[in-house]
Design a protein around this ligand. Structure first.
Ligand code: 5GP
Length: 192
């Protein structure tokens, strides 16, 4: 039996969770990043098989039909994301802990399936206005997409109660430290 544990980071887009996830991956805590599958196109320097498995809608649908996903969501209209069972098995078999960077619905789903084996962390941006600024500054998305993400963020806030801890990403250094402390405590088995 594997000793691997799971840490789930979920947040409204732009709340800064990817920065926190990257920081945790750099600490040498034996984490492997769960590479999700998606039907969206690669952005900037993203690499297939590293950031995501970029699939066509047909390939994604065929994996849904074959029950290859642990969870999947249409995160934005026409844009599918999902965690492949094979990805989780790959990491656990290699003896690692798994770090998930997924949306709040997927995150709460995985938490429900794995209970105490998983630490579910909700990263909250300080305010909707702040979230809007961050998405605009990132400027990799069209204005309509940014508007969609903000509307969605308001809905996503309602999932907070299904998570073990909430980190408000106001000052990044504080959020990084808080994430690190909680994750270390969880891996040592002293918080639940
Ligand atoms: P982005 O397109 O900005 O990389 O991600 C958009 C949203 O999809 C983010 O909230 C991200 O966490 C979420 N996401 C990424 N992978 C998965 C996944 O495997 N399952 C689910 N449910 N959401 C995901």
């Amino acid at each position: 039996m594997s000793e691997g544990k799971m840490v789930i980071f979920s947040a409204p887009s732009g709340a800064g969770k990817t920065t926190i996830v990257k920081h945790l991956l750099s600490l040498g805590l034996n984490f492997a990043f769960s590479i999700s599958a998606t039907t969206r196109k690669p952005r900037g320097v993203e690499i297939d098989g590293k950031d995501y498995y970029f699939l066509t809608p047909e390939e994604f649908q065929s994996k849904i039909n074959n029950h290859e996903f642990l969870e999947w969501e249409e995160v934005y209209p026409g844009c599918f994301y999902g965690t492949l069972k094979s990805e989780v098995e790959r990491i656990l078999q290699a003896g690692g802990h798994i770090l998930f960077d997924i949306d709040v619905v997927g995150g709460s789903n995985i938490k429900k399936q794995y209970g105490d084996k998983a630490l579910a962390v909700f990263i909250q941006a300080p305010s909707i206005e702040e979230l809007r600024n961050r998405l605009l500054n990132r400027s990799t998305d069209h204005p309509e997409i940014i508007q969609e993400r903000i509307a969605k963020a308001e809905f996503e806030m309602s999932f907070v109660k299904l998570f073990d801890i909430v980190i408000i990403n106001d000052r990044l250094e504080d959020a990084l430290l808080e994430a690190e402390t909680n994750v270390n405590r969880f891996l040592k088995g002293t918080n639940q």
